[in-house]
Ligand binder design. Structure first.
Ligand code: AMP
Ligand code: FE
Ligand code: FE
Ligand code: ZN
Length: 280
């Protein structure tokens, strides 16, 4: 069994429609794929229909933008009730804040570059969780940068004068919200030094106390030493170990199935989730 528990569609910052993420996952020979768009479950229904067509099992999930102090961290939630009021309210708040934040970044960029909010909207479909990748795509379309990666190391970097933050819940509260909604919380890429700081073991302990189920140990942002350290943390805390691609279509080099999750960890996640895994 090949199991990939972290992918993005055009419902957030992936470039494939939700149906196409699932179709590509089947084509890549995966048996199980999770759709985990940033702060939204918008792609779930389309992905479910596609999973039926393509004969692949689907885990419905989400990747919640969170913070630990001033550090940005991502929490994966699997198989939760998508109508849970408190979680829905928190995700709505983040998505609304992301729109205001993206507009603010564009206003700053527009002082120095030929870029408008319409240019960014042209890079999204209705309901998308708007993020820096969409601003990057607009910058590419305008010929201002070569690709998303070039935008992220320059104009859209956290250290850039054009950067603006958005609202995000505290990561310990997000663990509680996911559990209360019947979901299974797994800390995404804990070793990724995206914001110049890695989440501390102390915060991970507080997340464990709040109901954290696992750590995404196998991810391209972790080198061998980080994987070893994170696997030891997981073992010491009784956490599941997952692995995944964090596929974003053409938006990132990540290839479906480049990291995978064990059958044992997948079955444990399924047994803890309120929703069923959709099987063909
Ligand atoms: P945001 O959540 O709006 O601050 O944007 C962060 C998102 O940008 C992450 O979810 C990544 O998927 C994406 N991202 C970060 N770095 C890069 C990069 N170098 N190339 C493409 N996408 C990136
Ligand atoms: Fe992303
Ligand atoms: Fe992430
Ligand atoms: Zn992701």
């Amino acid at each position: 069994m090949r199991i990939d528990l972290h992918t993005h569609s055009a419902a957030s910052d992936g470039t494939d429609a939700p149906a196409d993420v699932v179709a590509e996952a089947a084509r890549a020979g995966l048996d199980v794929v999770a759709l985990t768009d940033h702060d939204t479950t918008l792609g779930w229904d389309e992905a479910a229909v596609s999973a039926g067509h393509h004969g692949i099992a689907l885990v419905r999930g989400v990747e919640i933008s969170c913070r630990a102090g001033g550090t940005s961290v991502h929490l994966l939630g699997y198989l939760h009730d998508p109508a849970d009021q408190e979680l829905v309210a928190e995700l709505d708040r983040t998505r609304r804040s992301r729109v205001g934040r993206a507009r603010a970044i564009v206003e700053r960029l527009a002082l120095d570059y030929d870029l408008t909010w319409d240019d960014v909207q042209a890079q999204t479909v209705t309901g998308t969780t708007v993020g820096r990748p969409h601003i990057a795509d607009a910058l590419v379309a305008k010929g201002i940068v070569a690709d998303r990666s070039a935008a992220f190391v320059s104009l859209l970097a956290v250290s850039s004068p054009y950067y603006v933050h958005h609202h995000a819940p505290d990561v310990v509260r997000a663990v509680e919200l996911v559990r209360a909604a019947g979901g299974v919380p797994v800390l995404a890429h804990p070793g990724a030094i995206e914001r110049g700081q890695v989440i501390s073991d102390q915060v991970i302990r507080r997340m464990v106390d709040a109901g954290l189920a696992g750590l995404e140990v196998h991810h391209r942002d972790h080198d061998a030493a980080q994987r070893e350290r994170l696997a030891a943390v997981a073992a010491a805390s009784g956490l599941l170990v997952t692995g995944s691609s964090d596929y974003h279509g053409a938006g990132k080099p990540n290839v479906l199935g480049e990291n995978v999750t064990s059958v044992e960890a997948f079955e444990a996640i399924e047994s803890q989730g309120r929703l069923a895994v959709l099987r063909p």
